[in-house]
Design a protein around this ligand. Sequence first.
Ligand SMILES: [Ca+2]
Length: 49
Amino acid sequence: MQEDTNFDGKPDVWEDYDEIEALVKRAKDLDFDGTPDFTDVVGNAEKDT
Ligand SMILES: [Ca+2]
């Protein structure tokens, strides 16, 4: 899923979800050049085994 938070026509937030629609990764474009500069990987702490 991509989001254009500053509405300049280029995505600046990318979010990846797993099969249970839990957020697994979020990337952000901090300087708004259209490529991600920061990636936050979310752990599976709340995932049942
Ligand atoms: Ca960038």
